[in-house]
Design a protein around this ligand. Structure first.
Ligand code: GCV
Length: 650
């Protein structure tokens, strides 16, 4: 494991103000001097104002930090009241206080000193989580930032880097992390055994100091693979008993354990189907084992038939999650959270919002995003996901609830982490914007994406206006550019199979994964209306009507929902084929502009950062060009229709 790491947005630099004298920090009675909030405040103040003398407990304190355990603040809530002379930060618990301290530090940096400020903030959702797909051998499934910093050769690692990671997460309000891959393989199956418990307890202790609950991905068949039982049938009393004993052992030894994350009956993972049981039977059995300890089972809704025949035009992978879980609504115990991917397929650059968010009204649900850029350029391409995440959280399901948005429906928001042991944690420095922004958005979804990104840029790169302006432009335009030069109009899945990088328009077309574009000489896209697979009917009105007709379906999702001839005219006034050509040329041009803007910042950025991202831009341009030329050639040959602008098509 690479032990060197950057501090990312927590790399505090001295403020550019003349400040001498002393700063007094007073903690009221209930705040422990050694608590994390106090130590983070001290760390920040000493770095921001290195010339100041820090003292404790003076009556005329500059900083007062106070714990409010009464009714006034909820546990993770904080208030800040500050002026030019100092601040009082209150928290509803030590965690709330910690969030308040980090928020106040951000303000000091943003304002270049102490200013008047009054703020009361509570997180919008109770569980804000990162899911690591780290394997016990140290590799990371869909990892683009090096190796795991949690595991190496079967060992669990707890060290400085773990502490720094916990700081990073807490500073943006993330309060839970599942440390291992949902595909539980190899030694990870044994993570819930005595072999790992002491290290897990040490890790959970680090996490707890930063208000982070530890989650473990578990193998549903662990009663067999670990326990030696003949079955993992969730309704078999011996199986339930085994999990109860296991929960007692784990929760007894690991304080700060949050619960289990489970991928069952999906892509080869074991699950309740083997015993004729359903997902509610499976999830509830585990939930009951965890219940006495306040534990939570996070059960994934990513379940579909991954062995489809391309000739089968009736089975629609997009329907699978809904068809499996909607009938189970109301059957899950209250400590089960059903984790639903943001779209019905698999983290494509553009998908409709998953219809399960509207229909699971009697189930605790979580939205799952993917910061790891599996289908969005693998951290070699810049692709900022924050505006998209914000848009999805604000999406209205029209399910009749007073707050009918995705945000209003969820109890948790999770994301597949984009981290690894690379020096900058996320492979590319620019990908850290996704990590930062995800946490900030989960905590305060009312913030706008632009403000969050601007905040991240200043904390990471300082206050230079040119840097801020150019990076903001790149980040905000990056998702559209990626979509344009890869798979516009909601087509999805034109990437190379398995590793999901680079273009291959028919790579998935005759494969078993249920991911088709069905492009032929006449038309492209899939009819998912009532005349086709019926998927669009899984949405409440008016969405079902909007999505079911090419005349009303938004352009950006047209080919996901509808099958149309290449000559079909979009709302933009262009034909489908012309849009495909134009977007590929424009997306590539846009990527070139981003690369040259980056080049222009050479003298304003640290050399290692500049070089790392520069190399990635070179690859992005190579790959974007390849996407442009291959996808355009593919559709040109199929449709036989010329580009109106007579650009070079291969
Ligand atoms: C962890 C996709 C990815 C898999 C991933 C899976 C999931 O299929 O390609 O690598 O497995 O999603 O979310 O479980």
């Amino acid at each position: 494991m690479n032990t060197a790491y950057s501090k990312l947005w927590l790399d505090y630099k001295p403020l550019n103000i003349a400040f001498a004298g002393s700063l007094a920090v007073r903690c009221t009675r209930r705040v422990r001097r050694g608590c994390t909030a106090v130590s983070e405040l001290i760390t920040a103040l000493s770095a921001l104002l290195p010339q100041a003398e820090l003292t404790f407990g003076a009556d005329s304190a500059v900083f007062i930090i106070e714990l409010d355990l009464a009714d006034y603040l909820s546990p993770e809530e904080y208030t800040i009241s500050a002026d030019e002379r100092g601040a009082a930060v209150y928290g509803g618990s030590e965690n709330g206080l910690l969030y308040g301290v980090f928020a106040y530090i951000r303000e000091i940096i943003a304002n270049g000193g102490f200013t008047r400020l009054s703020r009361r903030v509570r997180p919008a959702v109770p569980l804000r989580m990162l899911d690591h797909w780290d394997n016990a051998d140290g590799s990371i499934e869909r990892g683009y930032s090096g190796s795991s910093f949690f595991f190496k050769d079967g060992e669990l690692l707890v060290g400085d880097r773990t502490v720094q990671y916990a700081r990073l997460l807490a500073s943006v309000g993330i309060n839970a992390a599942a440390i291992n891959n949902v595909n539980v393989r190899g030694k990870a199956v044994r993570l819930i055994t005595g072999e790992y418990i002491p290290k897990l307890a040490a890790l959970a202790e680090v996490f707890s100091k930063y208000g982070i609950k530890l989650f473990l991905s578990v193998d549903f068949s662990a009663p067999m693979s670990v326990g030696g039982l003949p079955s993992a049938d969730p309704l078999d009393p011996a199986v339930g008993g085994w999990w109860r004993a296991k929960a007692a052992e784990l929760f007894g030894a690991i304080s700060g354990l949050g619960g289990f994350l489970v991928k069952a009956d999906s892509e080869g993972q074991p699950g309740p189907y083997a015993y004729g049981r359903d997902h509610a039977d499976g999830a509830n059995m585990l939930a009951r084992a965890l219940k006495p300890y306040g534990g939570t089972v996070i059960w994934r809704a990513f379940v579909y038939n991954c062995s489809q025949d391309w000739r089968d035009t009736h089975t629609d992978r997009a329907r699978a999650g809904y068809d499996t879980f909607a009938p189970l609504d109301g059957r899950f115990d209250d400590n089960v959270i059903l984790q639903i991917k943001n779209g019905p397929m698999d983290f494509q650059v553009r998908e409709p919002v998953h219809p399960l968010f509207g229909v699971m009204k009697h189930t605790g649900i979580a939205a799952e995003f993917q910061l790891a850029q599996e289908y969005t350029g693998q951290q070699l391409h810049v692709c900022c996901l924050i505006p998209m995440i914000k848009e999805i959280l604000a999406f209205r399901t029209y399910n009749g609830s007073p707050d009918d948005t995705v945000l209003g429906a969820v109890r948790a928001i999770a994301a597949v982490s984009n981290t690894g042991d690379s020096f900058c944690w996320t492979g590319s420095e620019l990908a850290a914007a996704n990590l930062y922004g995800f946490g900030r958005l989960c905590f305060e979804p009312s913030l706008n994406a632009e403000d969050i990104l601007e905040e991240w840029i200043s904390l990471t790169f300082g206050d230079d206006e040119e840097v801020k302006e150019k990076l903001l432009y790149i980040l905000l335009g990056s998702h559209k550019a990626y979509e344009d030069y890869t798979v516009p109009l909601g087509m999805g899945w034109m990437c190379k199979p398995n590793h999901h990088y680079g273009p291959d328009p028919w790579g998935y077309e005759f494969d078993r994964w249920g991911t088709y574009n069905r492009a032929d000489r006449e038309a492209v896209g899939i009819d998912r209306s009532g005349r086709g697979t019926g998927y669009s009917e899984l949405y409440y009105p008016p969405l079902c009507d909007i999505y079911s007709s090419p005349a009303s379906c938004p352009d950006e999702l047209l080919l996901f929902f509808c099958r149309v001839p290449y000559s079909f005219t979009l709302k933009s006034g262009k034909t489908v084929i012309q849009h495909i050509y134009d977007s590929h040329f424009e997306g590539y041009e846009q990527a070139c502009e981003f690369a040259s803007l980056w080049e222009s910042l050479k003298d304003k950025l640290p050399a290692e950062v500049f070089d790392n991202v520069k190399k990635r831009f070179a690859e992005q341009l190579r790959c974007a060009k390849e996407w442009r030329d291959i996808v355009n050639a593919f559709f040109h040959r199929l449709s036989g229709i010329e580009d109106e602008q007579h650009r070079k098509l291969y």
